[in-house]
Ligand binder design. Structure first.
Ligand code: SAM
Length: 283
């Protein structure tokens, strides 16, 4: 168990109204990456996100709710699930919840969860599977939007290569709208990624402004697909571009140099799905 968790015996319910309470200070500190890493934890705000996370089996450390949530059946059920899972329930004042979530009008509920990455070697790609690898993605909003899109198209996971923005920052978690809890996350430095890629038995498609292939002309149905997207400023470096079976380009008209990374990822994912394994969700 981590330092924060040890401050209370698991399963206890505690009322907290003071901003100087050490637990409040520790949970607020999760705004900093350094502290998130040390605690292996992160904050998710809002009842929907907390319920999505519990439903998907993520480990909850703290369930935090405002006094206004008292008597709300869904809030009480989530609190009971937290206790059953060994977590701690904090009933807090609005002032404390505002401080924790850094918002003037916070949602009624927040949760502190354990971070979760999976090892690359766990990936067993099958026909129809799509994975997305992001090289040094920097923008938290882009990463959150991409994770949400990966979820929407039913792709199997995202691989973060090198020094990426933290998927567990408040901004990224917000932007995923709950998809963070549904999309497996993998991370690797470039060397480990390239060594794993050698055994990826499918089509590896990189996107590049200098790509010679129109993205609509590729047959994505030959097996699993690994889609590689470049960094916002620099694009894919040669070392990663050379590891791709194909380098594709999305044609553009007008003056823009390139598409936004998250938009380009969305365009690619829907094309891969359209041409190979159409999404059958209801319209
Ligand atoms: N200045 C960067 C460069 O030269 O590559 C621009 C990077 S762009 C903002 C971020 C990523 O989105 C690219 O690395 C690529 O993966 C993808 N991308 C954006 N527009 C694209 C396009 N028209 N065709 C293919 N990929 C594109």
């Amino acid at each position: 168990m981590t330092e924060i968790h040890n401050k209370l015996a698991p399963g206890r319910v505690k009322e907290v109204t003071s901003l100087s309470n050490p637990l409040v200070k520790d949970i607020k500190a999760l705004a900093l990456k350094k502290f998130r890493e040390r605690e292996n934890a992160f904050l998710a705000e809002g009842l929907k996100l907390v319920l999505d996370a519990l439903e998907a089996g993520w480990t909850i450390k703290f369930f935090i709710f405002a006094k206004s949530g008292r008597g709300n059946a869904v809030v009480e059920k989530a609190a009971a699930r937290t206790v059953a899972a060994g977590g701690t329930v904090l009933e807090v004042s609005e002032k404390v919840l505002s401080a924790i979530t850094r918002k003037d009008n916070p949602q009624m509920v927040a949760g502190v969860f354990e971070q979760r990455y999976r090892p690359l070697k766990e990936i067993r790609p099958a026909a129809g599977d799509v994975y997305v690898a992001l090289d040094r993605v920097r923008d938290p909003g882009n990463l959150g939007t991409i994770i949400r899109t990966i979820d929407a198209v039913g792709a199997k996971g995202v691989i973060l290569i090198g020094d990426c923005t933290d998927p567990f920052s408040l901004e990224t978690v917000r932007a995923t709208m709950g998809s963070l809890f549904a999309v497996p996350l993998y991370r690797a430095d470039e060397e480990a990624f390239l060594s794993w890629r050698k055994n990826f038995g499918g089509l590896v498609v990189g996107t590049h402004l200098k790509g010679s292939v129109d993205y609509r002309t590729v047959d994505y149905s030959t097996g699993p697909v690994l889609l590689m997207m470049g960094n916002e400023q620099k694009g894919l470096p040669d070392s990663l571009a050379e590891a791709c079976d194909k380098l594709v380009r999305i044609p553009q008209a007008g003056q823009a140099d390139s598409l936004n990374l998250a938009v380009a990822t969305g365009v690619m994912l829907y094309e891969i799905r359209r041409s190979a394994f159409p999404i059958t969700g209801e319209i």
